[in-house]
Design a protein around this ligand. Structure first.
Ligand SMILES: [Zn+2]
Length: 487
Protein backbone atom coordinates (compact mmCIF):
# COMPACT_ATOMS: atom_id res chain seq x y z
CA UNK A 1 0.00 0.00 0.00
CA UNK A 2 1.28 3.37 -0.96
CA UNK A 3 2.24 6.03 1.48
CA UNK A 4 -0.75 8.32 2.12
CA UNK A 5 1.20 11.49 2.83
CA UNK A 6 0.52 14.15 0.20
CA UNK A 7 2.97 14.37 -2.68
CA UNK A 8 5.07 17.53 -2.93
CA UNK A 9 3.39 19.69 -5.60
CA UNK A 10 4.93 20.34 -9.00
CA UNK A 11 4.78 24.08 -8.42
CA UNK A 12 6.54 23.89 -5.06
CA UNK A 13 9.38 21.58 -5.98
CA UNK A 14 9.25 19.85 -9.33
CA UNK A 15 12.30 17.75 -8.69
CA UNK A 16 11.10 16.50 -5.27
CA UNK A 17 7.66 15.83 -6.80
CA UNK A 18 9.27 13.71 -9.52
CA UNK A 19 11.43 11.64 -7.18
CA UNK A 20 8.63 11.02 -4.70
CA UNK A 21 6.19 10.07 -7.42
CA UNK A 22 8.57 7.57 -9.01
CA UNK A 23 9.16 5.98 -5.61
CA UNK A 24 5.55 5.98 -4.38
CA UNK A 25 4.03 4.77 -7.64
CA UNK A 26 6.58 1.95 -7.32
CA UNK A 27 8.07 2.56 -10.74
CA UNK A 28 11.60 2.27 -9.39
CA UNK A 29 13.67 2.30 -6.23
CA UNK A 30 17.22 3.22 -5.29
CA UNK A 31 19.63 0.30 -5.28
CA UNK A 32 22.41 -0.56 -2.83
CA UNK A 33 24.84 0.49 -5.59
CA UNK A 34 25.07 4.27 -5.82
CA UNK A 35 23.57 5.60 -9.03
CA UNK A 36 21.88 2.36 -10.05
CA UNK A 37 18.16 1.74 -9.86
CA UNK A 38 15.78 -1.13 -9.45
CA UNK A 39 12.87 -1.02 -11.88
CA UNK A 40 9.82 -2.37 -10.06
CA UNK A 41 6.94 -4.23 -11.74
CA UNK A 42 4.69 -1.18 -12.38
CA UNK A 43 7.65 0.58 -14.05
CA UNK A 44 8.83 -2.49 -15.88
CA UNK A 45 5.28 -3.11 -17.12
CA UNK A 46 5.38 0.26 -18.87
CA UNK A 47 8.82 -0.55 -20.32
CA UNK A 48 7.55 -3.89 -21.64
CA UNK A 49 4.73 -2.14 -23.45
CA UNK A 50 7.17 0.43 -24.86
CA UNK A 51 9.45 -2.37 -26.01
CA UNK A 52 6.67 -4.26 -27.71
CA UNK A 53 5.39 -1.24 -29.62
CA UNK A 54 8.84 -0.14 -30.75
CA UNK A 55 9.94 -3.66 -31.59
CA UNK A 56 6.91 -4.06 -33.87
CA UNK A 57 7.76 -0.81 -35.63
CA UNK A 58 11.42 -1.82 -36.06
CA UNK A 59 10.42 -5.17 -37.53
CA UNK A 60 7.83 -3.59 -39.83
CA UNK A 61 10.67 -1.56 -41.31
CA UNK A 62 12.86 -4.59 -41.90
CA UNK A 63 15.07 -4.70 -38.80
CA UNK A 64 16.02 -7.86 -36.96
CA UNK A 65 17.08 -8.30 -33.36
CA UNK A 66 20.47 -9.69 -32.35
CA UNK A 67 22.59 -9.69 -29.24
CA UNK A 68 26.21 -8.63 -28.79
CA UNK A 69 28.37 -9.06 -25.66
CA UNK A 70 28.38 -6.77 -22.64
CA UNK A 71 32.20 -6.59 -22.67
CA UNK A 72 34.16 -4.72 -25.30
CA UNK A 73 37.97 -4.94 -25.65
CA UNK A 74 39.36 -1.61 -24.48
CA UNK A 75 41.36 -1.21 -27.68
CA UNK A 76 38.12 -1.17 -29.72
CA UNK A 77 36.95 2.03 -28.06
CA UNK A 78 40.23 3.76 -29.00
CA UNK A 79 39.89 3.02 -32.70
CA UNK A 80 37.50 5.90 -33.35
CA UNK A 81 39.14 9.04 -31.97
CA UNK A 82 36.03 11.13 -31.24
CA UNK A 83 34.19 8.14 -29.87
CA UNK A 84 36.82 7.35 -27.22
CA UNK A 85 37.09 11.01 -26.30
CA UNK A 86 33.34 11.15 -25.79
CA UNK A 87 32.91 7.96 -23.84
CA UNK A 88 36.21 7.20 -22.04
CA UNK A 89 35.49 9.48 -19.04
CA UNK A 90 32.35 7.54 -18.19
CA UNK A 91 33.33 3.93 -18.83
CA UNK A 92 33.49 1.13 -16.30
CA UNK A 93 36.45 -1.15 -16.99
CA UNK A 94 36.99 -4.74 -15.90
CA UNK A 95 40.64 -5.52 -15.24
CA UNK A 96 40.35 -8.74 -13.25
CA UNK A 97 38.50 -11.90 -14.30
CA UNK A 98 38.44 -15.16 -12.40
CA UNK A 99 41.02 -13.77 -9.97
CA UNK A 100 43.57 -13.01 -12.69
CA UNK A 101 44.60 -9.69 -14.16
CA UNK A 102 43.32 -9.63 -17.75
CA UNK A 103 45.77 -9.23 -20.65
CA UNK A 104 43.48 -6.60 -22.08
CA UNK A 105 40.99 -4.71 -19.91
CA UNK A 106 37.34 -5.01 -20.94
CA UNK A 107 35.04 -2.02 -21.11
CA UNK A 108 31.46 -2.57 -19.99
CA UNK A 109 29.58 -1.27 -23.05
CA UNK A 110 28.51 2.37 -22.83
CA UNK A 111 27.08 1.81 -26.36
CA UNK A 112 27.96 -0.90 -28.88
CA UNK A 113 29.07 0.73 -32.13
CA UNK A 114 32.62 -0.59 -31.83
CA UNK A 115 31.90 -4.24 -31.21
CA UNK A 116 29.00 -4.35 -33.64
CA UNK A 117 30.88 -2.79 -36.55
CA UNK A 118 33.85 -5.07 -35.86
CA UNK A 119 31.46 -7.98 -36.37
CA UNK A 120 29.80 -6.40 -39.43
CA UNK A 121 33.31 -6.14 -40.94
CA UNK A 122 33.61 -9.90 -40.63
CA UNK A 123 30.22 -10.57 -42.21
CA UNK A 124 30.17 -8.12 -45.10
CA UNK A 125 32.06 -8.85 -48.31
CA UNK A 126 29.98 -7.57 -51.14
CA UNK A 127 27.30 -4.96 -51.84
CA UNK A 128 24.93 -7.93 -51.87
CA UNK A 129 25.45 -8.29 -48.10
CA UNK A 130 24.08 -4.79 -47.57
CA UNK A 131 22.10 -3.27 -46.03
CA UNK A 132 22.39 -4.81 -42.57
CA UNK A 133 19.47 -3.67 -40.43
CA UNK A 134 19.91 -4.77 -36.81
CA UNK A 135 18.69 -3.87 -33.37
CA UNK A 136 19.55 -5.06 -29.91
CA UNK A 137 17.68 -4.70 -26.61
CA UNK A 138 20.30 -4.40 -23.91
CA UNK A 139 21.65 -2.69 -20.83
CA UNK A 140 24.51 -0.21 -21.00
CA UNK A 141 26.71 1.40 -18.35
CA UNK A 142 27.83 5.02 -18.18
CA UNK A 143 29.59 6.11 -15.01
CA UNK A 144 27.60 9.28 -14.33
CA UNK A 145 28.42 11.43 -11.34
CA UNK A 146 24.99 12.95 -10.81
CA UNK A 147 22.19 10.47 -11.20
CA UNK A 148 18.36 10.58 -11.14
CA UNK A 149 15.89 7.73 -11.34
CA UNK A 150 15.18 6.91 -15.02
CA UNK A 151 16.77 10.13 -16.29
CA UNK A 152 20.40 9.37 -15.63
CA UNK A 153 21.61 6.19 -13.95
CA UNK A 154 24.88 4.24 -14.15
CA UNK A 155 23.14 1.35 -15.83
CA UNK A 156 20.06 1.66 -17.99
CA UNK A 157 18.01 -0.38 -20.43
CA UNK A 158 17.67 0.64 -24.03
CA UNK A 159 17.58 -0.47 -27.59
CA UNK A 160 20.34 0.37 -30.01
CA UNK A 161 19.79 -0.01 -33.72
CA UNK A 162 22.84 -0.43 -35.94
CA UNK A 163 22.81 -0.51 -39.69
CA UNK A 164 25.28 -0.63 -42.57
CA UNK A 165 24.58 0.68 -46.05
CA UNK A 166 26.28 0.97 -49.41
CA UNK A 167 25.75 4.72 -49.82
CA UNK A 168 25.61 7.90 -47.82
CA UNK A 169 22.09 8.63 -49.02
CA UNK A 170 20.77 5.26 -47.91
CA UNK A 171 22.26 5.77 -44.45
CA UNK A 172 20.81 9.26 -44.28
CA UNK A 173 17.36 7.96 -45.25
CA UNK A 174 17.64 5.29 -42.56
CA UNK A 175 18.70 7.75 -39.84
CA UNK A 176 15.77 9.99 -40.79
CA UNK A 177 13.33 7.09 -40.98
CA UNK A 178 14.19 5.98 -37.44
CA UNK A 179 13.82 9.53 -36.12
CA UNK A 180 10.34 9.48 -37.68
CA UNK A 181 9.52 6.18 -35.99
CA UNK A 182 10.62 7.57 -32.63
CA UNK A 183 8.49 10.62 -33.15
CA UNK A 184 5.47 8.51 -34.05
CA UNK A 185 5.99 6.32 -30.98
CA UNK A 186 6.44 9.29 -28.64
CA UNK A 187 3.38 11.07 -29.97
CA UNK A 188 1.00 8.16 -30.49
CA UNK A 189 2.02 5.94 -27.57
CA UNK A 190 3.67 8.14 -24.95
CA UNK A 191 1.27 11.01 -25.87
CA UNK A 192 4.35 13.20 -25.62
CA UNK A 193 4.81 15.80 -28.36
CA UNK A 194 8.36 16.26 -29.60
CA UNK A 195 10.33 18.70 -31.72
CA UNK A 196 12.64 16.98 -34.15
CA UNK A 197 15.74 18.31 -35.77
CA UNK A 198 19.50 18.11 -36.07
CA UNK A 199 21.94 18.61 -33.19
CA UNK A 200 24.61 21.28 -33.39
CA UNK A 201 28.19 20.01 -33.68
CA UNK A 202 28.84 20.38 -29.96
CA UNK A 203 25.87 18.17 -29.05
CA UNK A 204 26.50 15.58 -31.76
CA UNK A 205 27.09 11.93 -30.81
CA UNK A 206 30.78 11.12 -30.40
CA UNK A 207 31.86 9.75 -33.78
CA UNK A 208 28.78 10.71 -35.80
CA UNK A 209 28.49 12.76 -38.96
CA UNK A 210 25.05 14.05 -37.95
CA UNK A 211 22.82 13.48 -34.93
CA UNK A 212 19.06 13.90 -35.04
CA UNK A 213 16.98 14.15 -31.90
CA UNK A 214 13.44 14.20 -30.52
CA UNK A 215 13.11 16.85 -27.80
CA UNK A 216 10.14 16.91 -25.44
CA UNK A 217 9.11 19.62 -22.99
CA UNK A 218 8.67 18.55 -19.40
CA UNK A 219 6.24 20.35 -17.05
CA UNK A 220 9.04 22.47 -15.61
CA UNK A 221 9.62 23.77 -19.16
CA UNK A 222 12.96 21.98 -19.45
CA UNK A 223 13.74 19.82 -22.45
CA UNK A 224 14.24 16.09 -22.36
CA UNK A 225 16.25 14.52 -25.15
CA UNK A 226 13.99 11.54 -25.65
CA UNK A 227 15.64 9.68 -28.52
CA UNK A 228 18.46 10.14 -30.99
CA UNK A 229 19.35 8.81 -34.42
CA UNK A 230 22.82 9.18 -35.90
CA UNK A 231 24.19 9.14 -39.40
CA UNK A 232 27.67 7.84 -38.53
CA UNK A 233 29.05 8.37 -42.01
CA UNK A 234 32.08 6.18 -42.67
CA UNK A 235 33.84 7.00 -39.40
CA UNK A 236 33.33 3.62 -37.77
CA UNK A 237 33.60 1.71 -41.04
CA UNK A 238 37.08 3.21 -41.48
CA UNK A 239 38.08 2.48 -37.90
CA UNK A 240 36.92 -1.15 -38.12
CA UNK A 241 37.73 -1.84 -41.72
CA UNK A 242 34.12 -2.41 -42.64
CA UNK A 243 34.49 -2.55 -46.40
CA UNK A 244 32.60 -4.18 -49.27
CA UNK A 245 33.04 -4.80 -52.94
CA UNK A 246 30.82 -2.49 -54.99
CA UNK A 247 28.87 -3.56 -58.07
CA UNK A 248 31.67 -2.29 -60.26
CA UNK A 249 34.25 -4.31 -58.34
CA UNK A 250 35.86 -1.56 -56.28
CA UNK A 251 36.40 -1.68 -52.52
CA UNK A 252 34.46 0.88 -50.50
CA UNK A 253 33.74 1.63 -46.85
CA UNK A 254 30.18 1.08 -45.67
CA UNK A 255 27.97 3.83 -44.21
CA UNK A 256 26.52 3.29 -40.75
CA UNK A 257 23.66 4.56 -38.64
CA UNK A 258 22.82 3.98 -34.99
CA UNK A 259 19.73 5.01 -33.04
CA UNK A 260 18.44 4.51 -29.53
CA UNK A 261 15.82 5.16 -26.91
CA UNK A 262 16.00 4.08 -23.30
CA UNK A 263 14.14 3.70 -20.01
CA UNK A 264 14.62 7.48 -19.82
CA UNK A 265 11.33 7.60 -21.72
CA UNK A 266 9.59 6.47 -18.52
CA UNK A 267 10.98 9.57 -16.80
CA UNK A 268 9.67 11.59 -19.75
CA UNK A 269 6.23 10.03 -19.38
CA UNK A 270 6.14 10.91 -15.67
CA UNK A 271 7.27 14.51 -16.20
CA UNK A 272 4.93 15.05 -19.17
CA UNK A 273 1.75 13.64 -17.68
CA UNK A 274 2.04 13.37 -13.88
CA UNK A 275 -0.05 15.72 -11.73
CA UNK A 276 -0.12 16.61 -8.02
CA UNK A 277 -2.24 13.52 -7.31
CA UNK A 278 0.12 11.09 -9.00
CA UNK A 279 0.93 9.46 -12.27
CA UNK A 280 -1.18 9.55 -15.43
CA UNK A 281 -0.24 6.75 -17.78
CA UNK A 282 -1.37 7.03 -21.41
CA UNK A 283 -3.74 4.09 -22.04
CA UNK A 284 -1.66 2.46 -24.77
CA UNK A 285 1.27 2.08 -22.37
CA UNK A 286 -0.70 1.29 -19.23
CA UNK A 287 -0.10 -2.23 -17.88
CA UNK A 288 -3.62 -1.89 -16.39
CA UNK A 289 -6.06 0.23 -18.42
CA UNK A 290 -9.12 -0.30 -16.27
CA UNK A 291 -9.30 -1.04 -12.57
CA UNK A 292 -12.60 -2.15 -11.06
CA UNK A 293 -13.17 -1.22 -7.42
CA UNK A 294 -16.03 -3.17 -5.85
CA UNK A 295 -18.07 -1.34 -3.19
CA UNK A 296 -19.98 -3.27 -0.53
CA UNK A 297 -20.89 -3.40 3.17
CA UNK A 298 -22.23 -6.89 3.80
CA UNK A 299 -20.91 -10.31 2.78
CA UNK A 300 -23.94 -10.82 0.55
CA UNK A 301 -23.29 -7.51 -1.24
CA UNK A 302 -19.64 -8.41 -1.56
CA UNK A 303 -20.39 -11.73 -3.24
CA UNK A 304 -22.84 -10.12 -5.65
CA UNK A 305 -20.62 -7.15 -6.58
CA UNK A 306 -17.46 -9.18 -7.01
CA UNK A 307 -19.23 -11.70 -9.20
CA UNK A 308 -20.37 -8.94 -11.55
CA UNK A 309 -16.94 -7.28 -11.43
CA UNK A 310 -15.22 -10.52 -12.41
CA UNK A 311 -17.79 -10.99 -15.16
CA UNK A 312 -17.04 -7.53 -16.54
CA UNK A 313 -13.31 -8.27 -16.39
CA UNK A 314 -13.74 -11.56 -18.25
CA UNK A 315 -15.92 -9.93 -20.88
CA UNK A 316 -13.49 -7.06 -21.47
CA UNK A 317 -10.17 -8.84 -21.31
CA UNK A 318 -10.99 -12.37 -22.38
CA UNK A 319 -10.81 -13.98 -25.78
CA UNK A 320 -13.60 -12.97 -28.13
CA UNK A 321 -13.92 -9.55 -26.50
CA UNK A 322 -12.58 -7.65 -29.50
CA UNK A 323 -9.50 -5.66 -28.55
CA UNK A 324 -8.84 -6.95 -25.01
CA UNK A 325 -8.78 -4.30 -22.30
CA UNK A 326 -6.17 -4.89 -19.60
CA UNK A 327 -8.50 -5.05 -16.61
CA UNK A 328 -7.86 -5.62 -12.92
CA UNK A 329 -10.38 -6.18 -10.11
CA UNK A 330 -9.13 -4.78 -6.80
CA UNK A 331 -10.40 -7.32 -4.27
CA UNK A 332 -8.09 -6.26 -1.42
CA UNK A 333 -10.01 -6.79 1.83
CA UNK A 334 -8.04 -4.53 4.12
CA UNK A 335 -8.65 -1.32 2.15
CA UNK A 336 -11.75 0.86 1.94
CA UNK A 337 -12.83 1.97 -1.57
CA UNK A 338 -11.56 5.51 -0.93
CA UNK A 339 -8.08 4.24 -0.13
CA UNK A 340 -8.15 2.14 -3.29
CA UNK A 341 -9.16 5.15 -5.41
CA UNK A 342 -6.26 7.08 -3.96
CA UNK A 343 -3.86 4.24 -4.65
CA UNK A 344 -4.89 3.78 -8.29
CA UNK A 345 -4.87 7.52 -8.93
CA UNK A 346 -1.31 7.63 -7.63
CA UNK A 347 -0.39 4.81 -10.01
CA UNK A 348 -2.07 6.50 -12.95
CA UNK A 349 -4.43 3.79 -14.18
CA UNK A 350 -6.38 5.54 -16.99
CA UNK A 351 -9.92 4.46 -15.97
CA UNK A 352 -11.39 3.42 -12.65
CA UNK A 353 -14.75 1.68 -12.45
CA UNK A 354 -16.74 1.93 -9.23
CA UNK A 355 -19.27 -0.81 -8.80
CA UNK A 356 -21.67 -1.06 -5.81
CA UNK A 357 -25.04 -2.67 -5.02
CA UNK A 358 -26.96 0.47 -6.01
CA UNK A 359 -25.18 0.52 -9.38
CA UNK A 360 -26.11 -3.11 -9.92
CA UNK A 361 -29.77 -2.33 -9.18
CA UNK A 362 -29.58 0.26 -11.95
CA UNK A 363 -27.54 -2.09 -14.20
CA UNK A 364 -24.78 0.47 -14.47
CA UNK A 365 -21.28 1.28 -13.26
CA UNK A 366 -19.58 4.60 -12.62
CA UNK A 367 -16.40 5.19 -14.57
CA UNK A 368 -13.82 7.85 -13.72
CA UNK A 369 -11.13 9.18 -16.06
CA UNK A 370 -7.76 9.57 -14.41
CA UNK A 371 -6.62 12.38 -16.71
CA UNK A 372 -9.52 14.77 -16.00
CA UNK A 373 -11.06 12.93 -13.01
CA UNK A 374 -14.48 13.26 -14.67
CA UNK A 375 -17.10 10.74 -13.53
CA UNK A 376 -19.90 9.25 -15.59
CA UNK A 377 -22.43 6.44 -15.18
CA UNK A 378 -22.37 3.83 -17.94
CA UNK A 379 -24.88 1.00 -18.58
CA UNK A 380 -23.31 -2.41 -17.89
CA UNK A 381 -24.80 -3.73 -21.13
CA UNK A 382 -22.54 -1.49 -23.25
CA UNK A 383 -19.59 -1.19 -20.88
CA UNK A 384 -17.00 -2.59 -23.34
CA UNK A 385 -17.87 -0.05 -25.99
CA UNK A 386 -17.88 2.79 -23.45
CA UNK A 387 -14.50 1.86 -21.97
CA UNK A 388 -12.85 1.30 -25.35
CA UNK A 389 -14.13 4.64 -26.62
CA UNK A 390 -13.01 6.43 -23.50
CA UNK A 391 -9.51 4.91 -23.59
CA UNK A 392 -9.07 6.19 -27.15
CA UNK A 393 -10.34 9.61 -26.12
CA UNK A 394 -8.02 9.77 -23.10
CA UNK A 395 -5.01 8.86 -25.24
CA UNK A 396 -5.84 11.67 -27.69
CA UNK A 397 -6.70 14.21 -25.00
CA UNK A 398 -3.47 13.58 -23.11
CA UNK A 399 -1.45 14.24 -26.25
CA UNK A 400 -3.45 17.37 -27.06
CA UNK A 401 -3.07 18.71 -23.50
CA UNK A 402 0.69 18.13 -23.54
CA UNK A 403 1.05 19.83 -26.90
CA UNK A 404 -1.05 22.78 -25.81
CA UNK A 405 1.09 23.12 -22.70
CA UNK A 406 4.28 23.07 -24.74
CA UNK A 407 3.00 25.68 -27.19
CA UNK A 408 1.92 27.92 -24.30
CA UNK A 409 5.51 27.81 -23.05
CA UNK A 410 7.22 28.28 -26.39
CA UNK A 411 8.57 31.68 -27.39
CA UNK A 412 8.66 32.44 -31.08
CA UNK A 413 8.63 36.22 -31.18
CA UNK A 414 12.06 37.86 -31.37
CA UNK A 415 13.67 38.35 -27.94
CA UNK A 416 16.66 40.37 -26.82
CA UNK A 417 19.48 38.50 -25.12
CA UNK A 418 18.55 40.15 -21.80
CA UNK A 419 14.97 38.98 -22.14
CA UNK A 420 16.22 35.50 -23.04
CA UNK A 421 18.32 35.37 -19.86
CA UNK A 422 15.31 36.48 -17.85
CA UNK A 423 13.18 33.69 -19.32
CA UNK A 424 15.81 31.02 -18.67
CA UNK A 425 16.39 32.20 -15.11
CA UNK A 426 12.63 32.39 -14.52
CA UNK A 427 10.00 29.95 -15.70
CA UNK A 428 12.00 28.59 -18.62
CA UNK A 429 10.65 27.94 -22.11
CA UNK A 430 11.40 26.58 -25.55
CA UNK A 431 12.82 29.65 -27.25
CA UNK A 432 13.09 29.64 -31.04
CA UNK A 433 15.76 32.13 -32.02
CA UNK A 434 18.55 32.73 -34.46
CA UNK A 435 22.06 31.33 -34.25
CA UNK A 436 25.11 32.51 -36.14
CA UNK A 437 26.52 29.00 -36.23
CA UNK A 438 29.40 29.92 -33.91
CA UNK A 439 30.41 27.41 -31.26
CA UNK A 440 31.58 30.34 -29.07
CA UNK A 441 28.11 31.86 -29.02
CA UNK A 442 26.59 28.52 -28.14
CA UNK A 443 29.09 27.98 -25.32
CA UNK A 444 28.62 31.52 -23.98
CA UNK A 445 24.83 31.13 -23.90
CA UNK A 446 25.30 27.93 -21.91
CA UNK A 447 27.62 29.66 -19.44
CA UNK A 448 25.26 32.62 -19.07
CA UNK A 449 21.96 30.76 -18.86
CA UNK A 450 22.51 26.96 -18.73
CA UNK A 451 20.42 26.81 -21.93
CA UNK A 452 21.69 24.85 -24.90
CA UNK A 453 20.66 24.37 -28.50
CA UNK A 454 18.35 21.38 -28.32
CA UNK A 455 17.99 21.07 -32.07
CA UNK A 456 18.09 23.03 -35.27
CA UNK A 457 14.41 22.32 -35.83
CA UNK A 458 13.06 20.47 -38.85
CA UNK A 459 11.10 22.71 -41.28
CA UNK A 460 7.66 22.01 -39.82
CA UNK A 461 8.78 23.25 -36.38
CA UNK A 462 10.46 26.42 -37.58
CA UNK A 463 8.88 29.81 -37.01
CA UNK A 464 6.78 31.28 -39.82
CA UNK A 465 9.12 34.25 -39.88
CA UNK A 466 12.70 33.06 -39.89
CA UNK A 467 14.93 34.93 -37.42
CA UNK A 468 17.59 37.05 -39.07
CA UNK A 469 20.03 37.77 -36.21
CA UNK A 470 21.90 35.57 -33.75
CA UNK A 471 20.33 35.55 -30.30
CA UNK A 472 23.61 36.45 -28.62
CA UNK A 473 25.97 38.20 -31.03
CA UNK A 474 23.44 39.84 -33.38
CA UNK A 475 25.37 38.61 -36.43
CA UNK A 476 23.43 37.24 -39.43
CA UNK A 477 21.75 33.91 -38.79
CA UNK A 478 23.00 30.60 -40.06
CA UNK A 479 20.04 28.65 -38.71
CA UNK A 480 17.07 28.89 -36.43
CA UNK A 481 17.70 27.05 -33.16
CA UNK A 482 15.53 25.76 -30.36
CA UNK A 483 17.10 26.87 -27.07
CA UNK A 484 16.17 25.50 -23.65
CA UNK A 485 17.56 24.19 -20.43
CA UNK A 486 17.60 20.42 -20.49
CA UNK A 487 17.83 17.27 -18.41
ZN1 LIG B 1 26.26 34.36 -32.51
Amino acid sequence: MADDRKLPTRADDFSAWYNELVLRAELADYSPVRGCMVIRPPGYGIWERMQRALDDMFKETGHQNAYFPLFIPESFLRKEAQHVEGFAPETAVVTIGGGKVLDEPLVVRPTSETIIYAMFAKWVQSYRDLPILMNQWANVVRWEMRTRLFLRTLEFLWQEGHTAHATHDEAETEARQMLGIYRKFMEEWVAMPVVTGQKSDSERFAGALRTYSCEAMMQDNKALQAGTSHNLGQNFAKAFDLTFQTESGETAHAWNTSWGVSTRLIGGLVMTHGDDVGLRVPPRLAPIELVIVPIYKTDAERARVIEVAQGVRAALSGPGSGVPIRTHVDVREHLKPGAKYYDWELRGVPIRMELGPRDLDREQAVIVRRDTREKQPVPLATIGEAVRGLLTRIQGDMFAAARERREAHSVREPVTYDRFREIMEGEGAFVYAGWCGGAECEAQVKTDTKATIRVLPDPEFRSPEAPTRCLRCDQPVKSEALWARAY
